[in-house]
Ligand binder design. Structure first.
Ligand SMILES: Cc1cc2nc3c(=O)[nH]c(=O)nc-3n(C[C@H](O)[C@H](O)[C@H](O)COP(=O)(O)OP(=O)(O)OC[C@H]3O[C@@H](n4cnc5c(N)ncnc54)[C@H](O)[C@@H]3O)c2cc1C
Length: 370
Protein backbone atom coordinates (compact mmCIF):
# COMPACT_ATOMS: atom_id res chain seq x y z
CA UNK A 1 0.00 0.00 0.00
CA UNK A 2 2.61 2.51 1.05
CA UNK A 3 5.51 1.30 -1.09
CA UNK A 4 4.59 3.39 -4.12
CA UNK A 5 4.21 6.50 -1.98
CA UNK A 6 7.71 6.65 -0.52
CA UNK A 7 8.78 9.30 -2.95
CA UNK A 8 6.99 12.31 -1.42
CA UNK A 9 9.06 15.42 -0.82
CA UNK A 10 6.65 16.63 1.84
CA UNK A 11 3.81 15.11 3.87
CA UNK A 12 1.26 17.59 5.22
CA UNK A 13 -0.68 16.25 8.20
CA UNK A 14 -4.15 17.87 8.15
CA UNK A 15 -6.26 18.97 5.20
CA UNK A 16 -8.08 21.91 6.82
CA UNK A 17 -7.66 25.41 5.49
CA UNK A 18 -4.09 25.76 6.82
CA UNK A 19 -2.84 22.35 5.65
CA UNK A 20 -4.57 22.68 2.27
CA UNK A 21 -3.21 26.21 1.67
CA UNK A 22 0.36 25.11 2.45
CA UNK A 23 0.01 21.88 0.46
CA UNK A 24 -1.22 23.76 -2.61
CA UNK A 25 1.60 26.29 -2.11
CA UNK A 26 4.03 23.36 -2.33
CA UNK A 27 2.58 21.63 -5.40
CA UNK A 28 2.36 24.92 -7.34
CA UNK A 29 6.15 25.12 -6.80
CA UNK A 30 6.62 21.60 -8.14
CA UNK A 31 7.14 19.97 -4.72
CA UNK A 32 5.70 16.42 -4.54
CA UNK A 33 3.25 16.56 -1.67
CA UNK A 34 0.90 14.17 0.12
CA UNK A 35 -1.84 15.36 2.47
CA UNK A 36 -3.02 12.93 5.14
CA UNK A 37 -6.33 14.11 6.59
CA UNK A 38 -8.39 12.53 9.31
CA UNK A 39 -11.80 12.74 7.56
CA UNK A 40 -15.17 14.25 8.36
CA UNK A 41 -15.29 12.84 11.88
CA UNK A 42 -12.53 15.19 12.99
CA UNK A 43 -12.99 18.68 14.44
CA UNK A 44 -12.62 21.08 11.55
CA UNK A 45 -12.58 24.80 12.17
CA UNK A 46 -12.17 25.22 8.41
CA UNK A 47 -15.80 24.10 7.93
CA UNK A 48 -17.41 26.17 10.69
CA UNK A 49 -15.82 29.62 10.58
CA UNK A 50 -17.15 33.09 9.84
CA UNK A 51 -15.17 33.79 6.65
CA UNK A 52 -13.58 37.10 7.52
CA UNK A 53 -10.29 38.11 5.92
CA UNK A 54 -9.58 40.51 8.72
CA UNK A 55 -6.82 42.96 9.55
CA UNK A 56 -8.18 45.45 12.10
CA UNK A 57 -7.45 44.51 15.69
CA UNK A 58 -5.03 41.72 14.71
CA UNK A 59 -1.58 41.77 16.28
CA UNK A 60 -2.08 44.55 18.79
CA UNK A 61 0.37 42.75 21.08
CA UNK A 62 2.73 41.47 18.37
CA UNK A 63 3.90 43.61 15.46
CA UNK A 64 5.23 40.62 13.51
CA UNK A 65 1.77 39.05 13.61
CA UNK A 66 0.16 42.33 12.58
CA UNK A 67 2.56 42.60 9.60
CA UNK A 68 2.03 38.92 8.65
CA UNK A 69 -1.76 39.44 8.73
CA UNK A 70 -1.54 42.60 6.59
CA UNK A 71 0.75 40.84 4.14
CA UNK A 72 -1.72 37.98 3.76
CA UNK A 73 -4.68 40.34 3.33
CA UNK A 74 -2.69 42.25 0.67
CA UNK A 75 -1.87 39.00 -1.16
CA UNK A 76 -5.46 37.74 -1.05
CA UNK A 77 -6.65 39.23 -4.37
CA UNK A 78 -3.71 37.75 -6.30
CA UNK A 79 -4.06 34.42 -4.49
CA UNK A 80 -7.81 34.33 -5.14
CA UNK A 81 -7.39 35.14 -8.85
CA UNK A 82 -4.88 32.31 -9.14
CA UNK A 83 -7.05 29.65 -7.52
CA UNK A 84 -10.10 30.83 -9.45
CA UNK A 85 -8.25 30.60 -12.74
CA UNK A 86 -6.96 27.14 -11.88
CA UNK A 87 -10.18 25.66 -10.47
CA UNK A 88 -13.05 27.83 -11.83
CA UNK A 89 -14.34 27.92 -8.24
CA UNK A 90 -15.58 31.31 -7.09
CA UNK A 91 -14.73 31.77 -3.41
CA UNK A 92 -16.86 34.98 -3.33
CA UNK A 93 -13.88 36.88 -1.96
CA UNK A 94 -14.49 40.60 -1.63
CA UNK A 95 -12.18 43.21 -0.15
CA UNK A 96 -15.04 45.52 0.67
CA UNK A 97 -13.62 46.98 3.86
CA UNK A 98 -15.04 45.91 7.20
CA UNK A 99 -16.62 47.33 10.34
CA UNK A 100 -16.12 46.59 13.99
CA UNK A 101 -19.33 47.80 15.64
CA UNK A 102 -19.25 49.23 19.16
CA UNK A 103 -22.39 48.99 21.26
CA UNK A 104 -21.69 51.85 23.68
CA UNK A 105 -19.58 55.01 24.02
CA UNK A 106 -17.09 53.39 26.38
CA UNK A 107 -16.41 50.58 23.91
CA UNK A 108 -16.08 53.10 21.08
CA UNK A 109 -13.52 55.12 23.05
CA UNK A 110 -11.36 52.08 23.84
CA UNK A 111 -11.66 50.88 20.23
CA UNK A 112 -10.42 54.27 19.06
CA UNK A 113 -7.37 53.97 21.31
CA UNK A 114 -6.65 50.43 20.12
CA UNK A 115 -6.87 51.45 16.44
CA UNK A 116 -4.55 54.43 17.05
CA UNK A 117 -2.01 52.10 18.71
CA UNK A 118 -2.20 49.68 15.79
CA UNK A 119 -1.69 52.44 13.23
CA UNK A 120 1.27 53.83 15.18
CA UNK A 121 2.90 50.39 15.58
CA UNK A 122 2.52 49.79 11.83
CA UNK A 123 4.14 53.18 11.07
CA UNK A 124 1.04 54.23 9.19
CA UNK A 125 0.67 51.12 7.01
CA UNK A 126 -2.51 50.07 8.81
CA UNK A 127 -5.29 52.48 7.91
CA UNK A 128 -8.67 52.94 9.53
CA UNK A 129 -11.42 55.44 10.28
CA UNK A 130 -13.48 55.88 13.43
CA UNK A 131 -17.18 56.51 12.75
CA UNK A 132 -19.70 57.95 15.20
CA UNK A 133 -23.32 56.79 15.07
CA UNK A 134 -24.42 59.25 12.35
CA UNK A 135 -21.43 58.54 10.12
CA UNK A 136 -22.02 54.82 10.59
CA UNK A 137 -25.76 55.11 9.81
CA UNK A 138 -24.83 56.87 6.58
CA UNK A 139 -22.63 53.95 5.55
CA UNK A 140 -24.85 51.24 7.04
CA UNK A 141 -28.51 52.31 6.70
CA UNK A 142 -30.78 50.55 9.18
CA UNK A 143 -28.23 50.25 11.96
CA UNK A 144 -29.94 50.42 15.37
CA UNK A 145 -29.92 53.55 17.56
CA UNK A 146 -28.05 51.75 20.35
CA UNK A 147 -24.92 51.23 18.22
CA UNK A 148 -22.53 53.98 19.29
CA UNK A 149 -20.25 53.80 16.25
CA UNK A 150 -17.60 51.65 14.63
CA UNK A 151 -14.06 51.37 13.39
CA UNK A 152 -13.74 50.85 9.65
CA UNK A 153 -10.74 49.52 7.74
CA UNK A 154 -10.63 49.30 3.96
CA UNK A 155 -8.03 46.52 4.41
CA UNK A 156 -10.67 44.00 5.60
CA UNK A 157 -12.80 41.67 3.50
CA UNK A 158 -14.68 38.37 3.49
CA UNK A 159 -14.97 35.08 1.63
CA UNK A 160 -17.12 31.95 1.54
CA UNK A 161 -14.99 29.61 3.68
CA UNK A 162 -16.43 26.34 2.29
CA UNK A 163 -15.74 27.40 -1.30
CA UNK A 164 -12.24 28.41 -0.24
CA UNK A 165 -11.55 24.97 1.22
CA UNK A 166 -13.00 23.25 -1.84
CA UNK A 167 -10.92 25.47 -4.17
CA UNK A 168 -7.71 24.76 -2.23
CA UNK A 169 -8.27 20.98 -2.36
CA UNK A 170 -9.10 21.17 -6.07
CA UNK A 171 -6.07 23.37 -6.86
CA UNK A 172 -3.83 21.02 -4.84
CA UNK A 173 -5.00 17.93 -6.72
CA UNK A 174 -4.87 19.65 -10.11
CA UNK A 175 -1.20 20.48 -9.53
CA UNK A 176 -0.30 16.85 -8.78
CA UNK A 177 -0.98 16.69 -5.05
CA UNK A 178 -2.31 13.51 -3.45
CA UNK A 179 -4.83 13.48 -0.59
CA UNK A 180 -5.52 10.38 1.47
CA UNK A 181 -8.19 10.19 4.17
CA UNK A 182 -6.34 8.53 7.00
CA UNK A 183 -5.71 9.74 10.54
CA UNK A 184 -2.03 9.81 11.39
CA UNK A 185 -1.42 7.76 14.51
CA UNK A 186 2.36 8.15 14.85
CA UNK A 187 5.17 10.20 13.37
CA UNK A 188 8.81 9.07 13.32
CA UNK A 189 12.04 10.80 12.35
CA UNK A 190 14.91 8.69 11.13
CA UNK A 191 17.96 9.22 8.93
CA UNK A 192 16.86 12.69 7.86
CA UNK A 193 13.39 11.57 6.77
CA UNK A 194 9.92 11.10 8.19
CA UNK A 195 7.47 8.24 8.50
CA UNK A 196 3.76 8.91 9.06
CA UNK A 197 1.89 5.84 10.32
CA UNK A 198 -1.81 5.51 9.52
CA UNK A 199 -4.43 2.75 9.37
CA UNK A 200 -3.77 2.65 5.62
CA UNK A 201 -0.06 2.02 6.03
CA UNK A 202 3.06 4.10 6.47
CA UNK A 203 4.06 7.01 4.26
CA UNK A 204 7.54 8.47 3.91
CA UNK A 205 8.90 11.91 3.04
CA UNK A 206 11.91 14.17 3.35
CA UNK A 207 9.96 16.90 5.15
CA UNK A 208 6.73 17.11 7.08
CA UNK A 209 4.29 19.89 7.96
CA UNK A 210 2.08 19.43 11.01
CA UNK A 211 -1.13 21.37 10.31
CA UNK A 212 -3.66 19.18 12.09
CA UNK A 213 -5.46 21.95 14.00
CA UNK A 214 -6.47 20.67 17.43
CA UNK A 215 -4.86 17.34 16.46
CA UNK A 216 -1.42 19.02 16.28
CA UNK A 217 -1.05 19.10 20.06
CA UNK A 218 -0.76 15.32 20.49
CA UNK A 219 1.44 14.73 17.43
CA UNK A 220 3.84 17.65 17.96
CA UNK A 221 6.11 16.06 20.64
CA UNK A 222 6.82 13.14 18.25
CA UNK A 223 8.56 15.72 16.01
CA UNK A 224 10.25 17.59 18.87
CA UNK A 225 7.67 20.40 18.60
CA UNK A 226 5.45 22.07 21.17
CA UNK A 227 1.96 23.12 20.01
CA UNK A 228 -0.10 23.89 23.15
CA UNK A 229 -3.47 24.54 21.51
CA UNK A 230 -6.87 24.26 23.17
CA UNK A 231 -10.42 24.40 21.79
CA UNK A 232 -12.63 27.46 22.17
CA UNK A 233 -16.18 27.16 20.87
CA UNK A 234 -17.86 29.73 18.66
CA UNK A 235 -21.51 29.45 17.60
CA UNK A 236 -22.89 30.88 14.36
CA UNK A 237 -26.53 31.32 13.25
CA UNK A 238 -27.72 31.62 9.65
CA UNK A 239 -30.91 33.42 8.63
CA UNK A 240 -33.21 32.99 5.68
CA UNK A 241 -32.17 34.90 2.55
CA UNK A 242 -32.81 38.64 2.64
CA UNK A 243 -32.45 41.33 0.01
CA UNK A 244 -28.92 42.76 0.12
CA UNK A 245 -28.73 45.37 2.90
CA UNK A 246 -25.24 44.97 4.30
CA UNK A 247 -22.45 46.27 2.08
CA UNK A 248 -19.71 45.55 4.60
CA UNK A 249 -18.91 42.55 6.77
CA UNK A 250 -18.84 43.30 10.46
CA UNK A 251 -17.23 41.35 13.26
CA UNK A 252 -20.62 39.88 14.36
CA UNK A 253 -22.81 40.01 11.24
CA UNK A 254 -22.17 39.51 7.56
CA UNK A 255 -24.41 38.93 4.57
CA UNK A 256 -23.45 36.37 1.95
CA UNK A 257 -23.83 36.99 -1.75
CA UNK A 258 -26.86 34.65 -1.74
CA UNK A 259 -28.56 36.88 0.86
CA UNK A 260 -28.29 34.77 4.05
CA UNK A 261 -27.06 36.64 7.08
CA UNK A 262 -24.46 35.01 9.32
CA UNK A 263 -24.70 35.98 12.98
CA UNK A 264 -21.76 35.31 15.22
CA UNK A 265 -20.19 34.57 17.48
CA UNK A 266 -19.40 33.32 20.93
CA UNK A 267 -16.24 32.52 22.87
CA UNK A 268 -16.86 29.51 25.10
CA UNK A 269 -14.50 27.30 27.08
CA UNK A 270 -16.38 23.99 26.80
CA UNK A 271 -13.61 21.56 25.84
CA UNK A 272 -14.18 19.37 22.79
CA UNK A 273 -17.93 20.04 22.60
CA UNK A 274 -18.84 21.56 19.23
CA UNK A 275 -22.58 21.50 19.80
CA UNK A 276 -24.99 24.43 20.15
CA UNK A 277 -26.62 25.94 23.20
CA UNK A 278 -29.96 27.78 23.27
CA UNK A 279 -28.80 30.42 25.80
CA UNK A 280 -25.79 31.38 23.71
CA UNK A 281 -27.81 31.34 20.49
CA UNK A 282 -30.40 33.69 22.05
CA UNK A 283 -27.66 36.08 23.15
CA UNK A 284 -26.24 36.12 19.59
CA UNK A 285 -29.70 36.71 18.09
CA UNK A 286 -30.50 39.49 20.61
CA UNK A 287 -27.25 41.31 19.88
CA UNK A 288 -27.98 41.05 16.16
CA UNK A 289 -31.47 42.54 16.70
CA UNK A 290 -29.99 45.46 18.60
CA UNK A 291 -27.52 46.09 15.79
CA UNK A 292 -30.11 45.72 13.02
CA UNK A 293 -33.71 46.05 14.30
CA UNK A 294 -34.87 44.85 10.85
CA UNK A 295 -33.68 41.33 11.81
CA UNK A 296 -36.42 41.17 14.50
CA UNK A 297 -38.75 39.10 12.29
CA UNK A 298 -36.14 37.22 10.33
CA UNK A 299 -36.12 33.44 10.62
CA UNK A 300 -33.03 31.55 11.73
CA UNK A 301 -32.60 28.49 9.54
CA UNK A 302 -29.43 26.87 10.82
CA UNK A 303 -26.92 27.08 13.63
CA UNK A 304 -23.68 25.34 14.45
CA UNK A 305 -20.81 25.34 16.87
CA UNK A 306 -17.18 25.04 15.83
CA UNK A 307 -13.94 24.94 17.78
CA UNK A 308 -11.26 27.60 17.44
CA UNK A 309 -7.68 26.42 17.72
CA UNK A 310 -6.13 28.69 20.30
CA UNK A 311 -2.61 28.93 21.66
CA UNK A 312 -2.18 30.55 25.11
CA UNK A 313 -1.76 34.02 23.51
CA UNK A 314 -4.26 33.42 20.69
CA UNK A 315 -1.64 33.82 17.94
CA UNK A 316 -0.66 31.05 15.52
CA UNK A 317 2.51 29.03 16.02
CA UNK A 318 5.07 28.63 13.22
CA UNK A 319 8.15 26.58 13.96
CA UNK A 320 10.73 24.30 12.40
CA UNK A 321 11.79 21.56 14.79
CA UNK A 322 15.33 21.83 16.15
CA UNK A 323 15.36 18.12 17.09
CA UNK A 324 13.98 16.95 13.73
CA UNK A 325 15.00 19.46 11.03
CA UNK A 326 12.56 19.36 8.13
CA UNK A 327 9.55 19.11 10.45
CA UNK A 328 7.44 22.28 10.54
CA UNK A 329 4.22 23.28 12.19
CA UNK A 330 1.67 25.93 11.25
CA UNK A 331 -1.24 25.80 13.67
CA UNK A 332 -3.74 28.26 15.10
CA UNK A 333 -6.48 30.80 14.60
CA UNK A 334 -7.25 33.06 11.58
CA UNK A 335 -6.43 30.41 8.98
CA UNK A 336 -8.81 32.02 6.48
CA UNK A 337 -7.18 35.44 6.70
CA UNK A 338 -3.74 33.85 6.52
CA UNK A 339 -4.49 31.47 3.62
CA UNK A 340 -2.79 33.67 1.02
CA UNK A 341 0.42 33.98 3.06
CA UNK A 342 0.38 30.24 3.77
CA UNK A 343 0.21 29.41 0.06
CA UNK A 344 2.49 32.10 -1.31
CA UNK A 345 5.02 32.48 1.55
CA UNK A 346 4.90 29.70 4.13
CA UNK A 347 5.11 26.93 1.52
CA UNK A 348 8.30 28.59 0.26
CA UNK A 349 9.81 28.51 3.75
CA UNK A 350 9.10 24.77 3.90
CA UNK A 351 10.52 24.18 0.41
CA UNK A 352 13.68 26.18 1.25
CA UNK A 353 13.94 24.55 4.69
CA UNK A 354 14.24 27.86 6.52
CA UNK A 355 11.93 29.96 8.65
CA UNK A 356 12.34 33.74 8.25
CA UNK A 357 13.39 35.93 11.19
CA UNK A 358 10.21 37.94 10.53
CA UNK A 359 8.21 35.10 12.16
CA UNK A 360 10.59 34.56 15.12
CA UNK A 361 8.16 35.87 17.71
CA UNK A 362 5.48 33.42 16.49
CA UNK A 363 7.66 30.39 17.25
CA UNK A 364 7.21 27.97 20.13
CA UNK A 365 9.87 29.60 22.32
CA UNK A 366 7.25 32.03 23.56
CA UNK A 367 5.48 29.17 25.36
CA UNK A 368 8.53 28.21 27.45
CA UNK A 369 8.39 29.23 31.06
CA UNK A 370 11.47 31.36 31.78
C1 LIG B 1 -16.50 30.01 15.06
C2 LIG B 1 -15.22 30.29 14.32
C3 LIG B 1 -15.11 31.44 13.56
C4 LIG B 1 -13.92 31.70 12.88
N1 LIG B 1 -13.86 32.79 12.08
C5 LIG B 1 -12.75 33.04 11.37
C6 LIG B 1 -12.70 34.15 10.49
O1 LIG B 1 -13.69 34.87 10.32
N2 LIG B 1 -11.54 34.38 9.82
C7 LIG B 1 -10.43 33.60 9.98
O2 LIG B 1 -9.39 33.88 9.38
N3 LIG B 1 -10.46 32.52 10.81
C8 LIG B 1 -11.58 32.23 11.49
N4 LIG B 1 -11.63 31.14 12.30
C9 LIG B 1 -10.42 30.32 12.46
C10 LIG B 1 -10.19 29.36 11.32
O3 LIG B 1 -11.35 28.62 11.03
C11 LIG B 1 -9.03 28.44 11.70
O4 LIG B 1 -7.87 29.19 11.95
C12 LIG B 1 -8.69 27.45 10.63
O5 LIG B 1 -9.80 26.69 10.25
C13 LIG B 1 -7.59 26.53 11.10
O6 LIG B 1 -7.30 25.68 10.04
P1 LIG B 1 -6.59 24.29 10.30
O7 LIG B 1 -6.41 23.70 8.97
O8 LIG B 1 -5.41 24.47 11.19
O9 LIG B 1 -7.61 23.50 11.23
P2 LIG B 1 -8.90 22.71 10.86
O10 LIG B 1 -9.72 23.44 9.88
O11 LIG B 1 -9.56 22.34 12.16
O12 LIG B 1 -8.34 21.40 10.16
C14 LIG B 1 -7.52 20.50 10.84
C15 LIG B 1 -7.49 19.25 10.00
O13 LIG B 1 -6.55 18.35 10.57
C16 LIG B 1 -7.07 17.05 10.46
N5 LIG B 1 -6.47 16.22 11.50
C17 LIG B 1 -6.55 16.34 12.85
N6 LIG B 1 -5.86 15.36 13.45
C18 LIG B 1 -5.32 14.60 12.46
C19 LIG B 1 -4.51 13.45 12.43
N7 LIG B 1 -4.10 12.84 13.55
N8 LIG B 1 -4.17 12.92 11.22
C20 LIG B 1 -4.57 13.49 10.06
N9 LIG B 1 -5.34 14.59 10.04
C21 LIG B 1 -5.71 15.15 11.22
C22 LIG B 1 -8.59 17.19 10.60
O14 LIG B 1 -9.23 16.15 9.89
C23 LIG B 1 -8.84 18.55 9.94
O15 LIG B 1 -9.24 18.42 8.59
C24 LIG B 1 -12.81 30.83 12.99
C25 LIG B 1 -12.93 29.65 13.74
C26 LIG B 1 -14.13 29.38 14.40
C27 LIG B 1 -14.24 28.11 15.18
Amino acid sequence: MSGDRRDQDVIVVGGGVIGAAIAYGLTRRGVRTLVLDESDRAFRAARGNFGLVWVQGKGVSNIQYAAWTRRSADLWAEFNDEIKERTRIDTRYLRSGGLHLCLDEEELASRSLLMANMAEASEGVFSYEMLDHDELAHRLPGVGPSVAGASFSAQDGHVDPLSLLHALHTAFKSTGGMLISAPVTKLCYEKGGFEAKTGKGSFYSGKIVLAAGLGSRALAPQLGLNVPVRPERGQILVTERLKPFLDYPTIFIRQTEAGSVLLGDSHEEVGFDDGTDIKVMSAIANRARLIFPRLERTRILRAWGALRILTPDGLPVYQQSRECPGAFTATGHSGVTLAAAHTLDFARFVADGEMPAALDSLGEDRFHVH
